[in-house]
Design a protein around this ligand. Structure first.
Ligand SMILES: C[S@@+](CC[C@H](N)C(=O)[O-])C[C@H]1O[C@@H](n2cnc3c(N)ncnc32)[C@H](O)[C@@H]1O
Length: 352
């Protein structure tokens, strides 16, 4: 079976490792494309729900050529029409269920993503009506099935959702949303990059709604996880979310200022800090954010264990890189990811 997964651009390699660990088979991906391809003989459908790094999973029905010009779309329509019949599209999109088409496109083309979605949508309706005598319904908001097209340069990949319209990253524990909540898939990726281990003392000192500590609690059976935030209301929100996630007993919640983290009464030095500090225009004056980063990292240096690691996601990476150097840390990894229309960096560093 050929599968296609959508993931957050920038963490394709982490998703590929997780998929291969959980489901086996062979995997390919390109960084920043937001897609991972997977060929596997037998699918364990249960395993999809264990995956923590992916958004949606699709069965791939076609890998073909689409070209780049408007004139190429005639051949694309003809080939796709045949594929939809061969792959018995009416078994996925029926007259009794609704569907939507979503298209993502990378590269220069004379057509738009909307052109592609429209062509695919019309063909699906036509083929399903021809075979069943009835048209399927289009529902763009909550479809039962999604037909997903990914156009990269002159190639096209078409898949049908196996997870309905629901993204697997929507974990169901977000009872109370933090205004700047991190995607759980990115939280998982950050924890993976920081190399958290069972029994580690893991701290998110600016935990907001608790996404990172909750993901850490899912991964680790036996660890010491702290969710701290200066804002009391967010600490309460995080605790409620962790309760909904069924992991509240694994996390310590407290109101605390990250700029005085060295004064907090931890049972030992910290092994891993994984955090999503404030960044971006939403937080106003960048000078305030920079002062926060400086005071926090200076304070942290005093209580981070010698082989401890810090993993932060921020758009303030130029400043952060200078600060790391200045305070005696050393960078061990940096990558760009896409999050909420921005391109923050995940930066991992340790003590020199
Ligand atoms: C981007 S949000 C974190 C969002 C979180 N990752 C989530 O998914 O909900 C940043 C958080 O840093 C907190 N914060 C800002 N300054 C702080 C400080 N000095 N000490 C502790 N927390 C602070 C804010 O209250 C906010 O909740």
């Amino acid at each position: 079976m050929e599968l296609m997964y959508t993931v957050n651009p920038g963490i394709e390699d982490i998703a590929a490792d997780e998929i291969s660990r959980e489901l086996g088979g062979s995997i390919s991906y390109e960084l920043m494309s937001g897609h991972v391809y997977h060929v596997v003989e037998n699918v364990d459908y249960e395993a999809f729900y264990r995956l923590r790094s992916i958004n949606k999973v699709f069965t791939l029905i076609w890998k073909g050529i689409i070209g780049k010009g408007i004139e190429d779309l005639v051949l694309f329509s003809k080939s796709l029409s045949q594929i939809l019949r061969e792959r018995r599209i009416w078994e996925y999109v029926t007259p009794h269920t609704s569907f939507a088409v979503e298209t993502e496109r990378i590269g220069e083309h004379k057509f738009t993503s909307i052109d592609i979605s429209r062509i695919i949508g019309e063909l699906v309706i036509k083929v399903v009506e021809e075979v069943t005598g009835k048209k399927p319904k289009v529902n763009l908001r909550t479809p039962n099935t999604i037909v997903h097209a990914f156009v990269r340069q002159d190639k096209v990949f078409v898949g049908i959702s196996l997870s309905g319209s629901r993204s697997l990253h929507r974990r169901g524990y977000r009872l109370y949303d933090h205004p700047a909540a991190l995607k759980p898939t990115l939280a998982y990726a950050m924890l993976t990059l920081s190399g958290t281990r069972d029994k580690d003392l893991i701290v998110d000192p600016m935990c907001g709604g608790g996404t990172i500590p909750i993901e850490a609690a899912y991964i680790h059976e036996d660890s010491n996880i702290y969710c701290l935030d200066v804002n009391k209301r967010y600490v309460e929100v995080a605790e409620k979310n962790a309760f909904a996630a069924g992991v509240v007993y694994k996390i310590t919640f407290d109101q605390w200022d990250a700029r005085r983290i060295h004064e907090y009464n931890f049972p030992s030095n910290i092994d891993r800090v994984v955090s999503n500090p404030p960044y971006g225009i939403r937080y106003g004056d960048p000078r305030v954010i920079r002062r926060l980063y400086s005071s926090f990292l200076e304070s942290l240096y005093k209580v981070l264990s010698d082989n401890g690691r810090v993993t932060l996601i921020t758009t303030e990476y130029t400043f952060l890189n200078r600060l790391i150097e200045k305070l005696g840390y050393i960078k061990i990894h940096e990558r760009i990811v896409q999050h909420g229309g921005l391109y923050p960096h995940i930066v991992v560093f340790t003590k020199k």
